[in-house]
Unconditional design. Structure first.
Length: 140
């Protein structure tokens, strides 16, 4: 390779470095912006679901479930992190096959069971839209 050719190649490589650095910076900024947007929209949805779960409590709806019940887990997952605000009664007793007395007193036979303020009982996991219609609680 001639000396002149090496100089041109070195000059080209030197010119590419700033554009590569700029490319990496732009990619990093894009990732940060995307992550911030995802967090914002997820957080906004969680806040709205928090209000929905709290409304269910206000409307005196209750979900009776058990920690070992797969359908109860499905129902909880529909609320996501907002389930902590949902009106939930745990019927399972850890280390025992017995059912909590509060659930026996309520006549719970299957899990999950939803009991609404008008006394209606509905068994199984349900969509949040259905629970909203049944209670009048608005969904986000």
């Amino acid at each position: 390779m001639s000396q002149e050719r090496r100089k041109r190649q070195t000059a080209r490589q030197g010119d590419d470095r700033p554009s590569q650095a700029l490319r990496y910076i732009m990619i990093a900024v894009g990732i940060v912006v995307a992550a911030a947007a995802a967090y914002y929209f997820a957080h906004r949805r969680n806040v709205a679901l928090d209000a929905f779960a709290q409304c269910l409590s206000t409307k005196q709806a209750k979900m009776y479930g058990a920690f070992w019940c797969p359908h109860c887990q499905d129902q909880k997952e529909k609320f996501g992190s907002s389930f902590e605000f949902a009106p939930y009664v745990e019927c399972g007793i850890k280390g025992s096959q017995a059912i909590a007395q509060v659930c026996t007193d309520a006549g719970i036979k299957r899990f999950p069971t939803w009991i609404f303020s008008d006394g209606t009982r509905i068994e199984g996991a349900h969509e949040l839209e259905f629970l909203g219609e049944k209670t009048g609680c608005p969904l986000p």
